[in-house]
Each structure stands twice: as C-alpha cells, then as structure tokens.
Design a protein around this ligand. Structure first.
Ligand SMILES: NC(=O)c1ccc[n+]([C@@H]2O[C@H](COP(=O)([O-])OP(=O)(O)OC[C@H]3O[C@@H](n4cnc5c(N)ncnc54)[C@H](OP(=O)(O)O)[C@@H]3O)[C@@H](O)[C@H]2O)c1
Length: 372
C-alpha cells in the first residue's frame, strides 16, 4: 500500500487519533454563501482562535469564497504550518494540476496534507490519476474523495491510494451509515464528516423556518423549510433536556454524538467568527456515552418513522417512473429511508439519498397514499 494511503502510519497519522477529533471547516470564513460576511480581520481571527483551541485539521476548497478561504488559511496558519493539516479540494470540472497549484499559491505553502476530489463527475477517474501524480511530486501528502457513492469509492480505491473520504453526516443526515462508513472502516480510510451541525440548524437557534438572504446557499436546503424543518425542530426540542442533563450545549451534544460513531475520524465543523469557534471547539466534551447515544437515536427514530403505503398506493404507482415505484414498493413501515436510497444506489445507475425519499413520501402522505 502507498504510504500516503496509510492513516495509521502515513503522513496523516499524527492528525488522527483513536477517537474522532474535531476539525475546522473553512467554508463560512471564506466570506461567501453564508449570508452577510464578517470583516476579514474577524474571519482570520476565527482561524487563529481555532489553532489556540488545539485544532490541527483544516478543511477548505478553491470554491469557498472564490479562493478567499484558502488565502485566509494561508495567512492565519503560516506560522504553524508544520503542526497543522490542510485539506483542500479539486472541483469536479477542474484540471487537477492547475487547480492544486493555484490552491498552493493561495495557501502560501508547498504542499497540502490532503487533496480531495470534491465530487465524482464524468471524468473523475482521470482526475484521480492526475491527483496521484501530484502526490508523487509531493504537492499533496495524501489523497481523498468527497460525495461519491460507495460503488465509486470502492472503484476509486483501485485507482489511487486514497486516505480519506468526506461526506455529510449528523444525527439527521445518515445516508453514510448504510454503505460508505462501513466501507471506510473495512478499508482503513479516514472518514471526514461534514455539515455536523446541519449547516447551523443543530445549534438550536431557529425558532421557526429561517429566511436566509439572497446568495446564502441555505435558501436551497430542504431541511430549513416545510415538513422536514418541523420534524427536525421536534427532535431538537426533545434533545434540549438531554443536553442540559449532560451539562453541555446542543452543539456539544451533537458533536459528541458524531464522535461516538465508529469509523468517524474527523468532524469538520464550520465557524465564522471567534465566538462560534469558542462555542464549538473550546468546551470539547468528547464522545457521548453509549446510553446517551441510544437515547438520541431513539428520539430520531421516533420522529422519522418509516412510512407505510396505503392500499391505494400500488394502483397509483403503476404509471410512475422506476425510481418512484422503487420507493413505493418499500414503504412497509419498517425500512429506513436511508436503506431505501442505498438499495437503489446499489444498482449502479443514478444515486439516491434519503432526502429524496423523504420529500417524495411527504407528497404521498399529502395525497393519502402513505401514512406515518
Ligand atoms: N465536501 C463537501 O462537499 C462539503 C460540503 C459542505 C461542507 N463541507 C466542509 O465541512 C465544513 C462544515 O460544514 P458546514 O460549514 O457546511 O456546516 P456546519 O458545520 O454544520 O455548520 C456551520 C455553520 O453553523 C453556524 N454555527 C456554527 N457555530 C455556531 C454557534 N456557536 N452558534 C450559532 N451558529 C453557529 C454558522 O453559520 P451561521 O452563523 O451563518 O448560522 C456556521 O457557518 C465546511 O466548512 C467545509 O469545510 C464540505
């Protein structure tokens, strides 16, 4: 196995531990896509504050703030370069060499610790091969992949010596539990969990569906509206007393839940200013105890109960497309939406995620074709 792929002995090993660690997600400090940006000074100070809190893993991408996230990291981390890991990405339509070399200039460094392919589009296999060449040249110490299906991930492992896989994971968004996380555990890949706070929702700060300003990417996120917002808010209200009992915040509870999940290596949390950095990284209560994890899971399962098709569903589904019929046939009151989506994705054509199943099931419930 290539040295860069070993997460136990390879170049990443000193940034990983026996237990999952918190890492700094540098999207929001890039200053775009998250509502009104704070002053540059304040965003740079947030990164410095994270270093002071003991954070050693920083995730960025050329697309975050159009390069601004990388530029700020380059400035803020320069003095500590040897002691921190920087993971950046290559866009799915970008030339790996041109992209990574531009990232290195912005980051003001000779190497990144991880170069990750941001998404697996048409030419992703070619891109991985190119990334491997850059790794051999020492421009990336390790390689990673983000947002792929488990089939792509398994194939990627035969193309390049991958060390990391990055995907969304929090107590609501659990697709990875079906296939990708077990695969990472089996193959010794470091799993980097992103959006651990569900883009801020799991801080518990929203009393009602938020109205994000123009240009804020959260305007498009389905859990900030409609039925999904209601369900998630219902869970959050039931989590508050647990957090209080544990002597932590909702953020601490949420991150502690993730840090108790086997196979998670780094939990990448976004913070846009020093106050958020302190609230996220300074308390560091560590992983939750198994009993507490069990209580949280029970609440989530209770609110997100699998739907059952009504007797009219079979007849109505006859004329639907294959994806819709596939979902309809699995509404048995037992099968998790993540399992339905993973079973579809196993077929190897178009992927499906649980969010698509939930949105479709909500429509069926409205039409009287399913019940929860
Ligand atoms: N590979 C990928 O495709 C991909 C995709 C997404 C993210 N990521 C990575 O994962 C990282 C983390 O994900 P994320 O940033 O999208 O989501 P997140 O960590 O779930 O949420 C971060 C947001 O929560 C809010 N927040 C954080 N701490 C808070 C506090 N103490 N009080 C109140 N609000 C607080 C902030 O937004 P507001 O203050 O604006 O509410 C912050 O930007 C990213 O920065 C990025 O590095 C990767």
């Amino acid at each position: 196995m290539h040295e860069g792929a070993r997460t136990d002995l390879g170049p990443l090993s000193r940034f990983l531990g026996a237990e999952p660690r918190l890492g700094f997600g540098a999207w929001a400090v890039g200053g775009a896509g998250w509502g009104t940006a704070g002053a540059e000074r304040e965003r740079e100070a947030a990164i410095r504050r994270a270093v002071e809190c003991g954070i050693t893993f920083f995730d960025t991408a050329p697309i975050y703030g159009g390069g601004e996230s990388e530029r700020l990291l380059g400035r803020a981390l320069h003095a500590d370069r040897e002691d921190v890991a920087i993971a950046t990405k290559v866009g799915p339509r970008d030339d790996p060499r041109a992209s990574l070399e531009a990232s290195l200039r912005r980051l003001n460094t000779d190497y990144v610790d991880v170069a990750q392919l941001h998404e697996a589009f048409e030419r992703w296999e070619w891109q991985l091969e190119k990334l491997q060449k850059l790794q051999v040249e020492g421009k990336a110490l390790a390689l990673g992949l983000c947002n792929a299906t488990h089939l792509q991930l398994a194939r990627a492992l035969s193309i390049a010596p991958l060390a990391t896989y990055q995907a969304p994971y929090n107590l609501f968004d659990r697709d990875v539990e079906e296939r990708e996380l077990p695969l990472c555990r089996d193959r010794g890949l470091a799993f980097l969990a992103y959006r651990p706070l569900a883009a801020g929702l799991l801080t518990g700060k929203y009393a009602g569906p938020p109205q994000f300003p123009e240009g804020d990417h959260r305007r498009q996120i389905y859990w900030f509206k409609g039925k999904e917002f209601e369900r998630r808010s219902c869970v959050i209200e039931r989590l508050r007393p647990i957090a209080q009992r544990e002597g932590t915040s909702l953020i601490g509870l949420t991150l502690g839940w993730l840090r108790a999940q086997p196979g998670v290596s780094i939990v990448l949390v976004g913070a846009r200013n020093g106050t958020q950095v302190d609230q996220v990284f300074a308390p560091d209560p560590g992983p939750l105890a198994p009993d507490t994890v069990g209580q949280i899971d029970a609440i989530v399962s209770d609110v997100f109960r699998p739907a059952t098709g009504t007797p009219q569903l079979g007849e109505a589904a006859r004329t639907w497309g294959e994806r819709e019929r596939f979902i309809a046939a699995r509404l048995d009151g037992k099968t998790r939406y993540e399992a339905v989506a993973a079973a579809w994705t196993d077929r190897g054509d178009q992927p499906m995620i649980a969010a698509q199943v939930k949105v479709f099931v909500d429509q069926l419930v409205e039409q009287g074709l399913a019940e929860v």
